[in-house]
Design a protein around this ligand. Structure first.
Ligand code: SF4
Length: 481
């Protein structure tokens, strides 16, 4: 049985695409390799959102020349956003690379791998508007559960927002939403398979179905996308998912600030299973920079969405993405970003120095702050964020929370780790004799706070075994009483 290893960089969408590729290969008779040396096929699923990730890929490919030469019949493949962008230029640049597949060509990987084993080299990067991209075989029995109890599910792909700095609309293609019945069927299957938390994925996930709705409203459903009549509003989708028995938590990522309509805001008040956490990328606090970024909202619009969400769900935790050093960003613009971070009270953020991506309008702009200044700004922003994260974590001391256990903690020892509804990492110890199964929901009392996590102990009245080992298999009560 040939063995495959998949390496992934980038966003949750890429991670999920890698799962689809591996699952597809398992269904076609491949098995998983646990190390590079065992692999007959290495697939690198790439990200091109920042220059650094792309450069890293090129040096990795250089190093893999030796791996390829050391084993007859080894196959090397590159997929994802860099593959979509570069296509067969990658084959020309790296003669030891066997095949390249774009973001719309995942389903061709098994056939391309077979052809490569027969000696052919090819690139497939055509983009389609076919809904086939949402149809995947069920999870193969040998596919390990990397995140017990949790699963991701694609609801839309592509992006029509064309922010000036972003390559995604080119690498992922135009927005297309998946028919609701397929989403609900997959969600039911995932829950039946043991997931109690689902994360809905899409580049602008809360734009789900918007084009179809517009087409329906204008009576133009005939000639447009085949899915036009089959999507529903995003808030309706959340309500339908929340009715699935056993589904305890729903998340979605990444939303765009422009698509929080009344129904979605209300859903945060009405749907208990909808987690009180939204990762809401703002990118900058300055209206001038937001306009240059073509983000299509102002600081005021963003704050209005935040206020509405907080009114609907007062305990809501917000996290965000931020870019510093965008062309034209002045000290004043940067101070506005700092003040927005304070005003919203983001609990966490991913922040980066702007990196121009070839082919985007922002790459043509010339007045970027000096790299040292951008670095200083990044450090100042990250210091502020660290302070806010710790303050929030400290505010949680003394509270009881519910943790979806992922497994042993990175802190080592006997600690376990998981995430709570606010998406905070919680590390905790279970008393001697208590077996806590990954994938189970556990009540934990928060007793300490660190910059990166909450630290707790299994909640007092529940210090009883919640799982048993029977015949070598863990049997678990899904949740503590
Ligand atoms: S909304 Fe903007 S940043 Fe997000 S994927 Fe689309 S173009 Fe890129």
């Amino acid at each position: 049985m040939p063995r495959v290893l998949v390496r992934t960089t980038g966003c949750q969408m890429n991670v999920h695409d890698s799962e689809k590729i591996e699952n597809l290969l398992l269904h076609r008779g491949w098995s998983r390799a646990s190390a590079l040396e065992q692999a007959d096929l290495l697939v690198i699923n790439t990200c091109s959102i920042r220059e650094k990730a792309e450069h890293h890929l090129y040096s990795e490919l250089g190093l893999l020349r030796e791996w390829k030469a050391a084993g007859a019949g080894r196959v090397l493949a590159v997929g994802g956003c860099v593959a979509q962008q570069e296509g067969d230029a990658l084959l020309r640049r790296f003669p030891h690379l066997d095949f390249v597949f774009g973001t719309h060509s995942l389903r061709w990987v098994p056939a391309m791998a077979d052809a490569a084993r027969g000696g052919s080299r090819a690139a497939r990067v055509e983009q389609t508007r076919s809904l086939d991209r949402f149809d995947w075989p069920e999870r193969h029995p040998d596919f390990p559960d990397a995140t017990p109890g949790r699963a991701s599910l694609t609801v839309m792909e592509g992006c029509d927002m064309f922010c000036s700095f972003c390559i995604v609309p080119r690498t992922r293609g135009r927005e297309i939403s998946r028919p609701a019945d397929g989403i609900l069927a997959e969600a039911r299957a995932l829950v039946a398979g043991g997931a109690c938390e689902l994360t809905l994925l899409g580049q602008t996930v809360n734009a789900y179905g918007r084009h179809d709705r517009r087409r329906r409203e204008s009576g133009r459903t005939g000639g447009g996308d085949p899915g036009a009549a089959m999507t529903i509003g995003f808030a309706d989708l959340l309500h339908d998912l929340a009715r699935i028995p056993g589904l305890r938590r729903i998340r979605y990522t990444s939303p765009h600030p422009s698509f929080f309509d009344t129904a979605l805001v209300r859903a945060h008040a009405e749907i208990e299973a909808l987690c009180p956490h939204v990762h809401l990328p703002v990118q900058s606090g300055s209206d001038a920079v937001l306009a240059h970024m073509r983000r299509r909202y102002t600081r005021r619009d963003f704050l209005a969405s935040v206020e509405a969400l907080r009114a609907a769900r007062p305990e809501l935790v917000l996290t965000t993405d931020l870019i510093v050093g965008f062309p034209g960003e002045t000290d004043r613009d940067f101070c506005e970003t700092l003040s927005l971070v304070r005003e919203v009270g983001f609990v966490d953020s991913f922040s980066f120095k702007y990196s121009p991506r070839p082919g985007t309008p922002a790459a043509e702009l010339s007045d970027s702050p000096a790299p040292e200044l951008a670095q200083e700004r990044l450090e100042e922003l990250q210091a502020l964020q660290r302070e806010q994260t710790l303050t929030y974590h400290r505010s949680r001391i003394g509270q009881r929370t519910e943790v979806l256990v992922s497994g042993p903690s990175r802190r080592g020892g006997l600690q376990l780790s998981g995430r709570d509804p606010a998406h905070r990492v919680v590390n905790f110890e279970a008393p001697n004799g208590v077996v806590v199964a990954p994938g189970s929901l556990q009540a934990v009392d928060v007793v300490e706070a660190s910059p990166h996590s909450l630290i707790g102990s299994l909640a007092g009245p529940h210090r009883l075994p919640t799982t048993q080992i029977v015949g070598g298999r863990v049997r678990t009560g899904r949740s503590l009483p």
